[in-house]
Write a protein that binds this ligand. Structure first.
Ligand code: COA
Ligand code: MG
Length: 286
């Protein structure tokens, strides 16, 4: 189970080196927003060589490519697929057609590189523009390669002209709450992992932990980090606690003992199907 994803700018040799020892479950080598236009081509090669040098095993390795409208996506993939990353993160995904298109490019590149067909998984950022949010809310995105859906507030702010995503109290404005919920429900509908977005104010660890706790309560199973200090809180908060595991085991036992798949009780509280489902999910992620 992947809880934490750490972003690493794809052209930054120092951070790439630093990321090797990160306790993050996954690393996202970024070719998109953290790489300037004049460094795009260099970053492809740096990321490819870095992943190659690491070899198989270790972190789950994700590459964030540039979005389709930039015209850079196929070129990014042509280079980084030479190193067989585990997953590709598609930003600013606005349609099912883009997921299908990415899948087709990966089909071809896997064949070219001698990588097992379908090995490369896909994660998608589905709320970075206004049309993207509306599409994710109204269609059921799906793809055999898709493993997670995530969302972003910064690009959405820029797209719609919001000055900030939250007020002084840090509580998200409705547009961004909506985008987060759309991501969560779309992921659930697609049967993939909901992945919560980054927290830019990396010196504010208290605010960060509060956001992790909310995300977990909502049903998110993982979160992206931009700074090494954010990884430990994610791993801790998104691991099921001992109390949660004990509760889940007791619920499963209570259903087994009752011999009744429908409703039972535990410590004077009603338990029905949704509780069993939640308990099984918690045990599955342990
Ligand atoms: N991955 C790996 N190492 C990182 C890192 C990251 N994302 N962010 C910081 N580090 C390293 C720094 O290089 C520094 O290493 P050192 O101790 O060997 O000098 C150490 O961690 C402490 O970093 P710090 O000085 O606190 O931060 P910074 O000013 O160097 O960097 C950011 C701040 C925000 C620029 C940086 O964290 C970063 O680039 N984050 C990722 C940005 C990104 O990918 N954005 C796209 C997705 S939204
Ligand atoms: Mg962005």
């Amino acid at each position: 189970m992947i809880r934490s994803y750490l972003f690493v700018p794809g052209d930054d040799l120092k951070k790439l080196d630093r990321s090797k020892t990160s306790p993050a479950d996954a690393l996202i080598y970024d070719l998109e927003d953290s790489v300037g236009p004049e460094r795009k081509e260099a970053a492809r090669v740096i990321v490819r060589d870095h992943i190659r040098a690491l070899g198989a095993g270790g972190h789950h390795k994700v590459v964030r490519v540039n979005s389709f409208p930039t015209g850079l996506t196929a070129g990014d993939l042509a280079v980084v697929m030479q190193a067989a990353p585990d997953s590709i993160l598609l930003p600013k995904c606005e349609s099912q057609a883009e997921l299908d298109r990415l899948g087709h490019v990966l089909d071809a590149l896997e064949a070219r590189e001698g990588i097992a067909a379908g090995r490369t998984k896909v994660l998608a950022l589905v709320t970075e523009t206004a049309p993207a949010v509306l599409v994710a809310a109204s269609t059921r995105l799906s793809h055999p390669r898709l493993t997670a859906l995530t969302w972003g507030a910064e690009d959405l702010s820029a797209d719609i002209g919001a000055v900030a995503k939250a007020g002084p109290d840090g509580v998200l404005d409705d547009t961004f709450k909506y985008a987060r919920v759309v991501c969560l429900l779309s992921a659930s509908a697609a049967g993939v992992t909901p992945l919560d977005t980054v927290y830019a104010d990396f010196r504010d660890l208290q605010g960060f932990e509060a956001e992790c706790v909310t995300a977990k309560r909502m049903g998110f199973l993982s979160k992206m980090a931009i700074h090494p200090s954010q990884v430990e809180p994610i791993n801790r908060i998104f691991s099921p606690s001992q109390a949660e595991l004990d509760w889940a085991r007791k619920v499963v036992e209570a259903f087994a003992k009752s011999g009744n798949g429908g409703v039972t009780q535990m410590d004077g509280k009603m338990l029905d199907k949704p509780h069993l489902k939640l308990a099984q999910r918690l045990l599955g992620t342990a």
